[in-house]
Design a protein around this ligand. Sequence first.
Ligand code: NAD
Length: 268
Amino acid sequence: MDLGIAGRWALVCGASRGLGWGCARALALEGVNVVMAARGQAALQAAVAALRAELPAGAGPQIVPVVADVTTEEGRAALWQAPGGPGRAFDILITTAGGPPPGDFRQWGRQDWLRALQANMLAPIELIRATVDGMAARGFGRIVNITSSAVKAPIDILGLSNAARSGLTGFVAGLARSDLAARGVTINNLLPGKFDTDRLRATLQAAADASGRSLEEVRAAQLTQIPARRLGAPQEFGAVCAFLCSVHAGYLTGQNILLDGGAYPGTF
Ligand code: NAD
């Protein structure tokens, strides 16, 4: 299927690794020009080089790396000034930032809460604010926020994530149903369950260290909770993201789409 978005410009956050990388790759393979944002220069350069190697030589889309922490004003300013980028005139926006740490809410102070809200609620809203009116004026826009299955089925030790991402979800539910819907802009959230990324591997390792079990034992125990009996691949996540950004998904807005191998036990 031709997704009909070749030549468009996308801003993808968290694009050097994991789910953001999966989205950047899938969009670039569809011919979308991509500004790839991440914090670490070395990982970002490596990701950009690997992606360019996958694209058709000479005729591929533009890939523009920007080292930026998207949770800060300076980081977001760097995105709009990326040399070779479109300024704020993006057609597609994929938001994500690192997830907050697990823990017990009795140990979290105001600063912990503000950090989580900054990363997982306010930064995506600021990125949307900076780009959405331009999309509407041009009559086409696709915004996908990478949130978490924890929005639908909260995880007790991830209270910071449950709360901050639910705030973003409530905001998006209203915004997606505003006049933007009639002006060609869709806004949706993708909710990952368990995907095989550096972050998930670190989480499994921490669980193994804490319990005295091997990494393989912890991994196998987690897989029993997933009907698909495997972790998701960032490429699969990226493919769904690219479809949501396609011309074919213009009637799909304000939705929360769970990608979890069947782990959520409800009918809906
Ligand atoms: P990852 O750690 O493998 O990759 C994170 C990427 O985001 C890296 O490129 C990193 O440089 C970038 N990044 C992090 N903070 C950033 C910031 N402030 N500014 C710019 N770039 C930043 O993580 P992942 O597993 O791909 O997860 C992506 C998001 O999805 C996270 O918020 C995570 O909590 C959430 N999530 C992941 C899973 C999973 O199974 N992997 C499940 C649920 C939710």
